[in-house]
Design a protein around this ligand. Structure first.
Ligand SMILES: O=C(O)C(=O)C[C@]1(C(=O)O)C=C[C@@H](O)C=C1
Length: 360
């Protein structure tokens, strides 16, 4: 090798090392800026700041690189810096496995979310004492430990059945108590969190309320376990950020529910985003539930979707069950009757721990 080249390369090596030192120092300073921005709820990307730096770099460019090349090099530095700031943010999020590597377990009466697959089952809406008692008795006899039932119903039409309210809460609590089950029901308004908490073991925040930030904070403050449904068109990141609202109030009993997202598909009510559910398991330490009923909106897909979800490692599957769906006050076509639930159970039993389910 030409001695002069070797000598010049050693000069390059020295400058490489100096550049590395300066770039690392720059990154540490920018990280400090990023931490301050995050604390103040500010974003990191600042195009005006980037333009300001590019302007003086071009003006002071001694060559031989053309201004365009200098700008391109520094834009890469800005991009890398932004990625570093955003990565550091993610490591700060309470939902992140970076913050808590071990799985969070949510224990509610006899059910432990995150400790082996569970079923959540029950009617869309609580309609009567007889309906809730019959359903709870049947489901408990099949080993279901978590009873769902809506007392406050988010209906598209204001003229549709809105739920029994507190009367429904009482019926759900009584049915769950009689059969040793946990009771989960939706809360729709910050003003109802206190009363719903008196009856329900788990507060459900519905898909339409996923970014009702006041409600998220209120259920967080309640300290009650929260079942957080992903919004109809929410990104996975928005879903996690919604969970962060609850966690930020000091409440770590958060369970994430993938219930299908709104797409262009017409043959199913929504489109089950299994990748979203898997991302939730991988990136967060929170238990993850898949609600196959609201995803599919039809009975014939429930078992295959539940099998896929359980095989993918989710912690629970959520289905709607009603003694007589034909006369249900809501969602008639997507609730299983008892015989259909037994067939569903037979189809998924091998993926649920045998101890948790039995044929009555
Ligand atoms: O100064 C900031 O706000 C930063 O986040 C640092 C920095 C940079 O690399 O200089 C990074 C990204 C921004 O878009 C602007 C500037």
């Amino acid at each position: 090798m030409e001695p002069r080249i070797l000598e010049l390369r050693r000069e390059i090596d020295r400058i490489n090392r100096e550049l590395l030192t300066l770039l690392s120092e720059r990154a540490r300073i920018a990280s400090e800026i990023g931490r301050i921005q995050t604390e103040r709820g500010l974003g990191h990307y600042d195009p005006a700041r980037e333009e300001e730096m590019l302007a003086y770099l071009a003006a002071e460019n001694p060559g031989p690189f053309p201004d365009g090349t200098v700008k391109k090099l520094f834009k890469e530095i800005f991009k890398a810096t932004l990625a570093l700031e955003e990565q550091e943010d993610k490591q700060k999020f309470l939902f992140s496995r970076e913050t808590r590597p071990e799985d969070t377990r949510v224990k509610v009466r006899q059910a432990v979310f995150g400790d082996g697959p569970l079923l959540i089952a029950g009617p869309c809406a609580i309609e009567s004492e007889e309906q809730m008692q019959r359903t709870a008795e049947f489901l408990a006899s099949r080993g279901v430990k978590v009873l769902r039932g809506g007392a406050y119903k988010p209906r598209t039409s204001p003229y549709a059945f809105q739920g029994l309210g507190v009367e429904g809460l009482k019926l759900g609590r009584a049915a769950a108590d009689r059969h040793g089950m946990a009771f989960v029901t939706e809360v729709m308004d910050t003003r109802d969190v206190e009363v719903v908490s008196e009856y329900a073991d788990i507060l459900q925040v519905g898909a339409r309320n996923m970014q009702n930030f006041a409600l998220l904070r209120e259920v967080g403050r309640s300290g009650q376990p929260v079942l957080l449904k992903r919004g109809l068109s929410a990104t996975v990141e928005e879903w996690f950020y919604a969970a962060e609202y609850v966690l930020s109030q000091g409440n770590d009993q958060v369970i994430l529910v993938e219930r299908g997202i709104r797409t262009y598909e017409k043959w199913t009510r929504n489109t089950l985003d299994l990748s979203g559910a898997v991302l939730a398991k991988q990136l967060t330490h929170l238990p993850v539930v898949v609600d196959v009923t609201h995803a599919a909106g039809r009975i014939d897909l429930l078992a295959p979707l539940a099998r896929a979800a359980l095989a993918a490692g989710v912690d629970a599957v959520h289905v709607e069950v009603h003694p007589n769906p034909k006369v249900a006050m809501s969602d008639n076509n997507q609730q299983m009757d008892f015989a259909q639930f037994d067939a569903f159970l037979d189809a998924v039993r091998d993926l649920l721990e045998p101890a948790k389910t039995r044929r009555g």
